[in-house]
Design a protein around this ligand. Structure first.
Ligand SMILES: [Fe+2]
Length: 241
């Protein structure tokens, strides 16, 4: 069953971070996402110095060794990108072509320190935009600064950054405050797309519940925006209309 959904954030590549632990688990994640209606799933293993010390070459190698295992199976299409932890080292990689933006190179997934956005963020985002890379903020509902106020997020979105909802946040997977924050960001129309951020096959059940919740609260159009039109626009380096 494909509904044409596109997942811009998923950890199905095994053995490279805290995502899938082996090939079987990676395949099970993709199979479950396919059953939920995803036709395309972008792998976004972590690039996070000190925690997941992956270079672009490491991630490319891991993805290439998984590819033959996926061939010939009825699974969503896949491609490789990365979830870039936004520190000096990774920012420098983004500027020097040593990172892994989304296919086409027009947008890149960025995650942040959980407390706050870094002070230089506006200047860094402007520089990325100047180079044709749309910054995509991963799970803004999980950062503590968003729990107190959405001002910083709104400022970044106004300046042209994109945001990606972790769908399972809407089911309370990360607690009540991130859940409520996700609802507020949705109500304010500050999300451009939604994703699974699945690390294990069982995570996909919560994504399914999150999608149902979006449908109940905001209707089918919102589901289409967050899982089809939004991801497509971001892959094009644009914000959805
Ligand atoms: Fe992630």
């Amino acid at each position: 069953m494909t509904r044409g959904f596109i997942d811009l954030h998923c950890h199905f590549v095994p053995g490279i971070d805290d995502g899938a632990r082996d090939v079987e688990e990676g395949i099970a994640i993709l199979r479950a996402l396919g059953a939920l209606g995803f036709e395309r799933v972008i792998a976004t293993p972590h690039m996070r110095p000190g925690l997941f010390d992956n270079t672009r070459a490491d991630l490319e190698r891991a993805y290439a060794s998984l590819a033959p295992e996926l061939a010939g199976r009825a699974l969503p299409q896949t491609a490789l990108s990365s979830e870039h932890y936004f520190d000096d080292v990774v920012y420098e990689r983004l500027l020097s072509d040593a990172a892994l933006p989304y296919p086409g190179g027009r947008a890149a997934l960025l995650e942040f320190y959980e407390i706050d956005f870094p002070p230089m963020i506006d200047r860094c985002f402007a520089e990325l935009r100047r180079r044709g890379i749309l910054p995509v903020i991963a799970h803004p509902e999980r950062y503590r600064c968003s729990w107190k106020s959405l001002d910083a997020l709104e400022r970044l979105v106004d300046a042209g950054a994109a945001t990606l909802l972790d769908t399972a946040a809407l089911t309370g997977k990360y607690g009540r405050v991130p859940q409520r924050t996700a609802e507020l960001i949705l109500e304010q129309g500050l999300y451009h797309a939604a994703c699974s951020d699945a690390h294990r096959p069982r995570d996909v059940a919560e994504v399914a519940r999150g999608i149902e919740r979006i449908q109940q609260l905001y209707g089918d159009d919102e589901v289409e925006l967050l899982f089809i039109d939004g991801p497509r626009a971001l892959l094009d380096g644009k914000l959805p209309d």
